[in-house]
Design a protein around this ligand. Sequence first.
Ligand SMILES: [Zn+2]
Length: 265
Amino acid sequence: MLIDAHCHLDFPAFDADREAVFARARAAGVGRFVVPGTVRRHWERVLALGERAEVDVCLGLHPCFMTEHGEGDVEALARALTAHPEVVAVGECGIDARFPETLDAQWMLFDAQLRLARERRLPPVIHCVRANDRVAKRLRQLAPPAGGLIHAFAGSPEQAKAFLDLGCLVGLGGALTHDRAQRLQRTVAALPDDGYVLETDSPDMPPAGHRGERNEPARVAEVCRRVAELRGQSAERVAADSRANAARLFGLAPGGDGISGSTAG
Ligand SMILES: [Zn+2]
């Protein structure tokens, strides 16, 4: 059984056929899903998805939607975390240096969410684009007590190691399936077995061969096969390691999906 450790199944891109997306995922062996929040006004739809046994949710304020965040959103996040103990992480939060005009505001919002994650002993789920070294430095200063996830990681082996040394995991998705991603592929080959989780970031980041298409959790199976090739391990082994790592990071309770069972050695 595979877990998609990061997918935006609450997005309107899935409104027309969400049940079919879950069914295709199940058929591909993907039985559990972690859905992060992005903006306050959509937390309700994330929490609603979390009522499904196979879905776990995070709440946070995403750095790519700075114009949507307002005064009081961090306080609202703190209240929501108190009201919803089922939330497994703070996120999606982080830094996206492709948007330099909002970078100062991004850092303020990220810092506030890191402090909240630390206070609640929850892992932060971190979106980190062109900012690996600065984010690692910030995490080193704050020492997140519950680890964290650097989702959609695309950096070097050294940058991965810096995050792992901080107790974080890296999220591996469609990016590594592209031929040009050779540095990332070297990183994947060098990761320790307990250092990563598999994810899709659906509806974004489709793997090679699906360019321009909506991505969906069934494709975490393709990511798994490619990771297995790069690491010289079986796909079953990679699926089992990823599942165990996600369960440990997010403190996932056994669901109806056999997460506590062992389908692979
Ligand atoms: Zn995301």
